[in-house]
Design a protein around this ligand. Structure first.
Ligand SMILES: *[C@@H]1O[C@H](CO)[C@@H](O)[C@H](O)[C@H]1NC(C)=O
Ligand SMILES: *[C@@H]1O[C@H](CO)[C@@H](O)[C@H](O)[C@H]1NC(C)=O
Ligand SMILES: *[C@@H]1O[C@H](CO)[C@@H](O)[C@H](O)[C@H]1NC(C)=O
Ligand SMILES: *[C@@H]1O[C@H](CO)[C@@H](O)[C@H](O)[C@H]1NC(C)=O
Ligand SMILES: *[C@@H]1O[C@H](CO)[C@@H](O)[C@H](O)[C@H]1NC(C)=O
Length: 796
């Protein structure tokens, strides 16, 4: 299918080097949201100050840079590469291992989905993650699967530091003796992992060579070996049934536990004492009950140290209610001299972090201490949602129940007392990182002061990016979980779109000639309450997003009896008066094409000439009432505001397998491009009547990763950007063309791949700028700062 023009072949022969080391100067910047996803674990090196790593479920691993006060991504080299499979799946970190004997060494277990994608890998570094060796893993991993909140599955044997163990989800316990290069199955390990969560926490005893502990996420799942894994025993006396206290809560709530006994979530060892957090489900959600126990490995005695058990919580207003389901327990970190911190798991409104100074006999509830008087649950005040330099993270208010507060946390798996600063505690949530430098205030029943510490961490899943030619912001985004943003300032976190709030903004568009008119469509979880005001899943603004109004009605496929799984795609006519909405109806239940409205959404009309929904939908940016659709390998154009379509597009590949999204020129009516995934980019200047393949075939990896931006010279061609493979044998990457595809320059390099974007847009106002959004690594932009005048002067 890949027809490579002769021209490109000759160019390739003499410029292979130029592709690898791009002659462009490029700066990479995040579009700052800061956080946005689940931080699943922290690890601090015991001997080197400030050497701290954070793992995330879908955005890779970060290393803390204390001097710059920012988290630095260290896995951005991960490819997209859907062809070989070695790609995006490797951007989820299942576990991190540090070598306590050598702070330079770092190991990552990478793999996002254990079932969907067989690609998993171990990354091994000798320079704290500046560079890695990559080894394919013999077992699958699931950094975004259930149980990702657990302890570390990957560990270095401190007595033989070239040896690592890995507790897998489905294939038992594995050992490498060559620093993660090759692995063998420790088949002597008992089969205790039949539930797909597997061996959730593995630790070596630093004081006893040959002793290691493994927590399988099943009742009674705590195992020990004293002979380096030759033989194993279930630890005697471990809790295998729920405590009397838990049973008394169960009878108070009337809701049964989900497992017959406590299931290990995280196992940790401090001064010859094991601490184990337990829950009745792996988490991070769906948990009802849990306990915390300790085990003195010298005296072989167990203790129930659950912070919420009766009498254990010594904060001024003890919790320990017996009428609400309390949730489970998750994170563990240690300080000096008996200091232990644990976190709750899925305690919903009252998720919290508990501090003990006596090895777990008594506890202070840090969430309770932080909670303003009169606020329910455990919470921070909204004014606290600031970074250390007082920069506000305004979107965190999305969790505000309307009282100026937000939950103390949810999905608190990652907790860390800085080993070099006993007053510093970090905890991660499903959305951000909180930190304090005044932990010991809790000893006097005062709240430590908290701030946001997610600088540099970008974790959103971004479906749509649009850059209007004028208006208050160069960028609007639509994303999962956070809904999306108008990015007035790319360096500072912005407020989310205000009402309506979507759990996912799936489609977003502006009007080419009046860009302050925008529409957005997406999944609104508040269907019942919001649909009183109109269509809960579609909204429109005329002031660039300061205020949004719901469309008065929904198209028929979006309705209270059958809300589709996805808001689909929306296109706004150039004059801002016509909207075309293609909601998710991929099974074509209704048998209609994209709905059109020219009365602001009061009525939606079923078109003729196009009889199915498509994400390949766009408006002409200059001429009103002109809409383009590329659907199931056919091209359609409407010149009457989406009421009737005719099939045109001669020169485009046809066949239902092809997908692509039309992108219309900001400058010229009737000019557009369609990047046909896996085939090439096609250009039309006659409203889509005819297309020509751009001379150097270029092929994007997904329909939505092609975009256009400001031309190099005022009268010149708009700059084309795409993520893909411009010609066979050229590497996958981000490419741009300033001569309408006659030649392509690679913008990114091998260190800046981000697992590949799923959304992309040029900037019509700034030459050489391209925004791209990842499924888990937020939004980045690349700014090209110099472009060689022509090939012959290019310096390599
Ligand atoms: C993935 O592919 C890249 C590029 O070919 C290679 O450098 C890397 O080692 C591969 N990783 C794995 C785990 O196979
Ligand atoms: C730990 O035990 C292993 C296996 O017996 C041995 O090879 C290693 O040298 C020991 N390490 C130390 C620090 O004693
Ligand atoms: C590894 O060993 C375990 C026994 O501990 C066994 O159940 C599992 O099937 C083995 N997996 C592979 C891939 O060898
Ligand atoms: C350590 O803790 C013990 C008991 O919890 C206490 O008696 C002792 O004073 C503490 N030591 C320091 C240095 O804080
Ligand atoms: C609601 O949408 C479904 C398809 O998603 C459709 O079958 C049904 O007819 C619609 N109901 C109404 C009342 O329009």
């Amino acid at each position: 299918m890949f027809r490579l023009p002769v021209l490109a072949l000759t160019a390739l022969a003499c410029s292979l080097g130029a592709i690898a080391s791009s002659s462009l100067s490029v700066e990479y910047h995040p579009v700052t949201i800061s956080g946005g996803g689940f931080i699943t674990g922290f690890l601090a090196h015991p001997t080197q100050k400030d050497l701290i790593y954070a793992r995330t479920d879908i955005g890779g691993t970060y290393r803390w840079n204390a001097k710059a006060w920012t988290w630095e991504p260290i896995t951005d080299f991960v490819l997209n590469n859907p062809l070989s499979g070695n790609g995006t799946n490797l951007l989820g970190t299942e576990s991190i291992a540090l070598d306590p004997t050598d702070p330079k060494r770092l190991y990552l277990a990478q793999g996002m989905y254990a079932v969907w994608d067989p690609w998993a890998a171990f990354f091994a570094s000798d320079d704290q993650g500046k560079t890695f060796k990559q080894y394919r893993s013999p077992v699958p991993m699931g950094a975004n699967d259930m149980g990702r909140n657990g302890g570390e599955r990957l560990v270095v044997n401190p007595h033989s530091p070239n040896e690592l163990w890995f507790g897998s989800r489905t294939e038992g316990l594995w050992r490498s003796v060559d620093r993660a290069a090759t692995w063998s199955n420790i088949t002597s390990f008992p089969d205790a992992y039949g539930n797909g969560i597997g061996l959730i926490s593995v630790i070596f005893d630093p004081n006893n060579n040959g002793t290691a502990y493994v927590g399988a996420c099943v009742p009674g799942g705590l195992y020990v070996t004293h002979d380096g894994g030759v033989s194993w025993a279930q630890i005697d006396g471990q809790p295998t049934t729920w405590s009397d206290w838990t049973n008394s809560i169960v009878s108070g709530t009337g809701t049964a536990t989900q497992s017959t006994g406590p299931q290990p979530i995280k196992v940790a060892l401090n001064n010859n004492k094991l601490y184990i957090t337990y829950a009745d489900a792996p988490g991070p959600w769906g948990v009802l009950y849990g306990e915390v126990h300790s085990y003195d490995v010298s005296s072989k005695t167990w203790a129930d140290i659950t912070p919420s058990r009766k009498g254990a919580n010594t904060t001024p207003a003890p919790s320990g209610s017996t009428t609400t389901v309390p949730g489970g327990w998750n994170g563990i970190t240690f300080g000096n001299n008996g200091t232990v911190v644990v976190s709750t798991l899925d305690a919903n409104a009252a998720d919290s972090v508990y501090l003990s100074r006596d090895g777990g006999n008594s506890w202070k509830d840090l969430g309770q201490l932080a909670t303003p008087t009169g606020a329910g649950g455990t919470s921070h005040t909204l004014w606290q949602t600031r970074m250390r330099d007082r920069t506000l993270v305004p979107w965190l208010s999305f969790a505000d129940p309307g009282k100026g507060i937000l939950g103390f946390g949810w999905w608190i798996a990652a907790v860390l007392i800085d080993p070099f600063n006993q007053d510093r505690l970090l905890y991660g949530t499903g959305a951000t990182i909180w930190a304090t430098d005044t932990l010991s205030r809790a000893d006097a029943d005062q709240s430590p002061s908290w701030y946001i510490n997610s600088e540099g961490m970008e974790e959103a899943a971004v479906w749509v990016l649009k850059s209007p030619p004028s208006g208050p912001a160069n960028l609007f985004s639509g994303m999962y979980d956070l809904g999306g943003f108008r990015h007035d300032d790319l360096t500072v976190p912005q407020p989310m779109y205000n009402w309506p709030t979507y759990s996912s903004t799936d489609g977003l568009d502006f009007a080419g000639k009046v860009p302050n008119v925008l529409a957005r469509v997406g999944r609104n979880d508040n269907w019942a309450t919001d649909s009183v005001y109109g269509c809960a899943w579609g909204a429109v603004t005329t002031d660039a997003g300061d205020h949004w109004n719901l469309f008065p009605t929904c198209p028929p496929v979006v309705n209270s009896t059958a809300v589709p799984g996805n808001g689909g795609t929306v296109a706004v006519g150039a004059d801002g008066k016509t909207f075309v909405w293609s909601p998710y109806d991929y099974n074509n239940v209704l048998g209609t094409g994209p709905y059109a409205s020219s009365d602001g959404g009061k009525t939606w009309t079923v078109p003729t000439g196009l009889t199915f929904q498509t994400t390949g939908l766009a408006a002409d940016r200059v001429k009103a009432n002109v809409f383009y659709a590329y659907a199931q390998g056919n091209f359609y154009v409407s010149v009457d505001g989406g009421l009737t379509y005719s099939q045109t597009g001669s020169g485009l590949p046809t066949g239902w397998t092809w997908s692509g999204t039309p992108i219309a020129s900001y400058l010229r009516a009737g000019e557009l491009w369609v990047s046909v995934t896996g085939v090439g980019i096609y250009h039309s200047t006659d409203f889509g009547a005819t297309f020509t393949a751009l001379p150097n075939s270029a092929s994007s990896l997904q329909p939505s990763v092609f975009g256009i931006g400001a031309p190099k010279t005022a009268s010149g061609a708009e700059t084309l950007f795409f993520w893909g493979i411009p010609a066979a044998s050229k590497p996958e990457g981000l490419y741009m063309s300033t001569d309408n595809g006659a030649s392509w320059l690679r913008v990114n390099d091998d260190q800046h791949q981000y697992g590949g974007p799923v959304s992309l847009s040029g900037d019509p106002r700034v030459f050489g700028r391209v925004y791209f959004g990842m499924n888990g690594r937020g939004i980045m932009y690349a700014q090209v700062t110099n472009v060689p005048k022509n090939k012959h002067r290019r310096r390599h």
